[in-house]
Design a protein around this ligand. Structure first.
Ligand SMILES: [Ca+2]
Ligand SMILES: [Ca+2]
Ligand SMILES: [Ca+2]
Length: 342
């Protein structure tokens, strides 16, 4: 026999070699060479190009389930020896998180699982995982008579870990927590109940001058100098009217230069007061009037004791009486130098 002893029926319907030639008589035996059914793969499968017997040349294409990828040859073929050309691939889990092919939100955590993956929103966010929205805290309330810092949210919204600091206006004291933090669940650590700012009674600290009275007010206080004192209230000085000198030809007696103190003026004999006898120290630190002066009294008008035959002459501080011509005497008493005979 000349030629190949074996011819295989190929998938294309032709024999693999030409028919041999025989010197005598040849016999042809037809033997069907078949492959066994290919092995299954876990988490995958295959498609056969034939549904009946698996002849030489038959191709098998393996595929993996969603979430898995094939490692190894995906295509294998039935060889003429009845064996498959390659071992089946294995289907291995795809790490979607690592390969960055997950559809998790940018604010979600991706966790790889066998055949799939999960998305879970980060702390401070809520949603399906594929879409996450930030959890907001309500706008923090400002304490009455106080302040809050910062006034607006640093990133438009009040979100987890944002915190605010409370303070009070001058004159008020804070009681309660001085700050609050927005928690991941959208609640403030203080339940959005700001601290209270209560008025400070500054008078307890006696901030005024010892000669002043303190009056507490909401948010402040006032100091008022007592009567007889002047100043800001923080400092008060005793009100004193100016010192007074004795007037010319007279004297002054001062009971006190404080408010309500009086100065009493007297003039020497022969002088009279021009102005009030008594002046009073007022609360503005001034005497009630300019001091009086002692001026000469014109005794010739106000009752000099001259004789009717005398001429009165006023002098500074006194007066003189001079007897008329033909009269003699002291002036207060004058007698005629001629006897009068009747
Ligand atoms: Ca996976
Ligand atoms: Ca006060
Ligand atoms: Ca006089």
């Amino acid at each position: 026999m000349f030629g190949s002893e074996l011819a295989v029926c190929q998938a294309n319907g032709e024999w693999s070699t030409n028919e041999p030639t025989c010197s005598d008589t040849c016999f042809v035996f037809t033997i069907a060479i078949l492959c066994s059914r290919p092995d299954q793969v876990v988490n995958g499968g295959y498609t056969l190009t034939t549904s009946t017997t698996i002849r030489v040349g038959t191709r098998v294409v393996y595929h993996c389930d969603n979430g898995y990828s094939a490692v190894g040859e995906r295509v294998t073929q039935c060889n003429s020896d009845g064996e498959w050309s390659s071992i089946p691939p294995t289907c291995q889990d795809i790490n979607e998180c690592q390969d960055d092919i997950d559809n998790c939100d940018e604010f979600a955590e991706c966790t790889n699982t066998e055949g799939s993956f999960t998305c879970e929103c980060n702390v401070g966010f809520t949603g399906s995982g594929e879409s996450c929205t930030v959890i907001e805290c309500p706008h923090p309330r400002r304490p009455f008579n106080g302040f809050i810092f910062p006034v607006v949210a640093p990133q438009d919204k009040w979100v987890s870990n944002d915190y605010v600091i409370y303070s009070c206006r001058d004159g008020f004291s804070l009681s309660g927590p001085e700050n609050a933090t927005c928690q991941p669940d959208g609640a403030w650590t203080n339940g959005n109940r700001p601290p209270t700012c209560s008025d400070i009674n500054e008078c307890e600290e006696q901030p005024c001058d010892p000669n002043a009275s303190c009056r507490n007010r909401i948010g402040s206080y006032t100091c008022t100098c007592n009567e007889g004192y002047s100043g800001t209230g923080s400092t008060c000085t005793e009100i004193l009217c100016p010192a007074l000198n004795n007037p010319a030809s007279g004297s002054v007696t001062i009971t006190s230069r404080n408010v309500q103190g009086v100065a009493n003026y007297e003039c020497n004999t022969g002088y009279r007061l021009d102005g009030p006898q008594v002046i009073t120290c007022f609360s503005n630190g001034r005497w009630s009037s300019t001091p009086p002066a002692c001026v000469d009294e014109n005794e010739c008008i106000t009752g000099a004791q001259c004789d009717i035959h005398a001429t009165c002459s006023n002098t500074i501080g006194s007066y003189t009486c001079q007897c008329h011509q033909d009269y003699t005497g002291t002036g207060e008493v004058c007698t005629s130098m001629f006897k009068l005979y009747i």
